[in-house]
Design a protein around this ligand. Structure first.
Ligand code: ATP
Ligand code: ZN
Length: 301
């Protein structure tokens, strides 16, 4: 057990938005129980020295960079924009990226009015581009050797072209429906983003480091479990090779003899990928029967 002294780890997450529910769920599945402070901005960890700060997502990387919080969970898009800003300022010690998480998926893409023909980055030449992520866009334009004007918008970027404030936009997309609804089509993607766990650049005490290591190990376990399934089936011995080939992402299945059957066995395996109907149908074709797919509750490698 790690020594619990007065040291407490502060982790900043989004107060209310797309990442909130998943971030709370992730910490809860890591075993953290907490009580919510009266001001509703801090949740105090009860069984681990980990407190949750609920803030606006844009403030999270700054809080971690300034060591006000030890950890933070925020979109890769916001992290990348701040990283470029800090590099521009010449900051030496940047926050560390610990883990990309499996939620908050989105991409930063160009949105072009439907009547404009898009023929790659050169289409952007001389254009006015509205975005909330000016540094990421400028960085991309520089790498593509394209001159264009970037105008910063803090919200509702997608209306910029129809207001005549820009020729096109570069904005976050998940389904693409918002761009479409504003008469724009999605062109090149310049950043793929997910929720990401970051750590302060300050040297942390040994106790804090140990707790963060433990938390990270649990987070990795939770992420793995989400995709994993436990599968049980019966199979003719002669089909074992084919059945093992079909089991998605499983290393060493357990083979158990079946009472009263000489040429049939039970196969149990942890599949580190989701098991879809198509896979079950293929397994059946290969001779498997009595198939059962179960969710995995916890996993520790
Ligand atoms: P806050 O009030 O905390 O500033 P916000 O409105 O800036 O919230 P949200 O819209 O809740 O932020 O998005 C939070 C994060 O979710 C984004 O930074 C991004 O990483 C991710 N995300 C996932 N899908 C989308 C999407 N379709 N549009 C915008 N962000 C998305
Ligand atoms: Zn925000």
């Amino acid at each position: 057990m790690i020594k619990t002294d007065e040291v407490r780890i502060k982790i900043a997450i989004q107060k209310s938005g797309r990442l909130t529910e998943h971030s709370i769920e992730l910490l809860t599945r890591c075993g953290l129980t907490y009580s919510r402070g009266r001001d509703q901005l801090i949740c105090y960890g009860e069984n681990m020295p980990v407190d949750i700060l609920l803030v606006r997502d844009d403030d999270i990387p700054g809080l971690v960079q300034e060591n006000i919080c030890d950890l933070g969970i925020v979109g890769g898009n916001i992290i990348e924009e701040l990283r470029l800003e800090l590099i521009k300022k010449g900051t030496k010690r940047l926050f560390n990226v610990l883990e990309r998480l499996n939620y908050g998926h989105c991409r930063l893409s160009f949105g072009i009015p439907e009547n404009v023909e898009y023929i790659g980055a050169k289409t952007l030449k001389g254009k006015k581009i509205a975005t909330t992520y000016p540094l990421i866009v400028e960085d991309y334009l520089k790498k593509q050797n394209v001159n264009a004007t970037v105008v910063e918008f803090s919200g509702a970027v997608e209306i910029a072209p129809s207001l005549g404030k820009a020729d096109l936009i570069c904005d976050l997309v998940s389904s693409g429906a918002t761009m479409k609804a504003h008469g724009l089509f999605e062109a090149d993607t310049i950043l793929e983003s997910t929720a990401t766990l970051i750590q302060s650049p300050e040297a942390l005490s040994k106790t804090k480091k140990d707790w963060i290591k433990l938390l990270l190990q649990r987070i990795r376990g939770v992420l793995q479990v989400k995709e994993s399934k436990y599968i049980m089936l019966h199979a003719p011995r002669e089909a074992l090779q084919e059945i093992r080939r079909l089991l998605p992402g499983s290393e060493a299945p357990t083979i158990i003899p079946l009472e009263g059957f000489k040429d049939k066995v039970a196969v149990h395996a942890v599949c580190r990928e989701n098991v879809f109907w198509e896979t079950l149908e293929e397994l059946k074709e290969a001779g498997a029967s009595s198939m059962l797919v179960l969710p995995v509750e916890k996993m520790l490698a």
